[in-house]
Write a protein that binds this ligand. Structure first.
Ligand SMILES: CC(=O)N[C@H]1[C@@H](OP(=O)(O)OP(=O)(O)OC[C@H]2O[C@@H](n3ccc(=O)[nH]c3=O)[C@H](O)[C@@H]2O)O[C@H](CO)[C@@H](O)[C@@H]1O
Ligand SMILES: C=C(OP(=O)(O)O)C(=O)O
Length: 417
């Protein structure tokens, strides 16, 4: 097991290149299985979730060729093999196998997803979608069994706006007969990325990025090439790091529009943010004003930046407020930040954060973004070494994190626990 050691207190300066988005990559990789010939994905991030997905695909009989940031997936010999446990329990996005295998073979057996279990994360809306398309769904001892004689397009209204359910229904509907309409769909950029790939494969799909998505399934889908969108959550984390360390970081290979909510909140605090065509420069300042942030579905402030932003709030004067409107109780980072001297109180879905100087401590990342929040916090600590365990969570979502931070001037390294 690895841990991260960070000697903070240095302003981080320079430029950092963003990889492709995790939450796109881990939907696009299974989506490739819907095609009848090879799909090549470009701008793929080097992340443990991606490596695990590559192994899942190989277990299912697909051929995977991953070199640098390109992965070619040949689904020609794909088998409808049951996947009750193993790798599927390690990552969240294994739930996309349900939609893909159901679409491709009319049946699937997939164990419950893993990933960051900061709170119970139901998949009832995914199931509701599959049932509407004509599948029979059984949950047997934590394993989902799906079967359909024929998948038929349907109108599906999602009771909650869900990224995973929207994408999963899009995947299954791509191979269904007729037209599927998803109402109250999620609008995240990753959903548009999935729609772009499906459309290159031959699916007629309209409305991705709005609350109504129309999908006309096709019997045969062709292989294609697709370049994954930049990771807006990694980019937002580096924006927050630039502010927290009073540094000056240019984040390259981003779509600034995807980060508007983050830019607006940083500017409200007094951080200087400059948007260019495909990059964003963030220049930290000596003092910041407190802010109120609501983590929301896109285009609101991203829920995955709730915890890193909470760490930045400790650097502002006075009392800041962070309310999470997406998850009920995603606050496992708070007790760890408190160990570092943070003055944070959680009331329901809200964290109330008093500005304070943080100190070095031994802390544990309990999930991916909790880990990111500890990295942000540790980089602000002026003396001593902060030790962060649970690095395997951070490796789920940050491509070359240590190397990137070192290049920006941070004193950070990995050690064996
Ligand atoms: C692999 C992936 O893309 N993960 C992202 C995805 O997770 P994920 O797809 O799990 O998140 P959802 O958008 O589905 O969840 C949003 C909310 O809806 C609830 N819900 C969801 C589905 C369902 O069937 N029933 C239900 O009640 C969840 O408990 C949560 O409160 O979107 C989240 C919200 O932006 C991000 O934090 C995750 O990084
Ligand atoms: C919660 C996250 O990921 P996952 O849904 O894959 O667990 C995340 O990316 O912050």
């Amino acid at each position: 097991m690895k841990k991260l050691i960070i000697a903070g207190g240095r302003p981080l300066r320079g430029s950092v290149q963003m990889s492709g988005a995790k939450n796109s990559a881990i939907a696009l990789i299974p989506a490739a299985l819907l095609a009848d010939s090879p799909v090549t994905l470009e701008n793929l991030p080097r992340l443990s979730d991606v490596a695990i997905y590559a192994e899942i695909l190989e277990e299912l009989g697909a051929k995977v060729d991953w070199v640098g940031d390109k992965m070619t997936i040949d689904p020609t010999n794909l088998q409808p093999k049951p996947m009750p446990n193993g790798h599927v329990n390690k990552i969240r996005a294994s739930y996309y196998l349900m939609g893909v295998l159901l679409g491709r073979f009319g049946e699937a057996v997939v164990g419950m997803p893993g990933g960051c279990n900061f709170e119970p994360r139901p998949i009832d809306q995914h199931i509701k979608g599959f049932e509407a398309l004509g599948a029979e769904v059984r949950n047997e001892q934590g394993c989902i069994h799906l079967k359909a004689k024929e998948l038929r397009g349907a109108k599906i209204y999602l009771d909650v706006v869900s990224v995973g359910a929207t994408i999963n229904i899009m995947l299954a509907a791509s191979r269904a007969k007729g037209v599927t309409i998803i109402e109250n769909a999620a609008k995240e950029p990753e959903i548009i990325d999935v729609a772009t790939l499906l459309s290159s494969m031959g699916v007629k799909i309209k409305g991705a990025g709005t609350e109504t998505i129309r999908i006309e399934g096709a019997e045969e889908l062709r292989g294609c090439r697709h370049s994954i969108i930049p990771d807006r959550i990694q980019a937002g984390t580096y924006m927050i790091i630039a502010a927290a360390t009073r540094g000056d970081i240019t984040i390259e290979n981003v779509i600034p529009k995807h980060l508007e909510a983050v830019t607006a909140k940083l500017q409200e605090m007094g951080v200087h943010v400059y948007e260019m065509d495909e990059s964003i420069r963030v220049v930290g300042q000596p003092t910041y004003e407190s802010v109120d942030v609501k983590a929301l579905v896109y285009p609101g402030f991203p829920a995955d930046l709730q915890s890193p932003m909470t760490s930045l709030m400790t650097q502002a004067r006075g009392t800041s407020i962070m309310t999470d409107h997406v998850f009920n109780n995603r606050f496992k980072h708070v007790p760890e930040l408190q160990r570092m001297g943070a003055k944070i109180r959680v009331e329901g879905r809200t964290a109330i954060v008093e500005g304070s100087q943080l100190n070095a401590a031994r802390v544990r990342a309990t999930d991916l973004r909790a880990g990111a929040s500890l990295v942000v916090a540790a980089l602000t600590v002026p003396t001593g070494l902060t030790e962060i365990t649970g690095v395997e969570y951070i490796d789920r979502g940050y491509d070359h994190l240590v190397e990137n931070l070192q290049r920006l001037g941070a004193e950070v390294w990995r050690e064996e626990e």
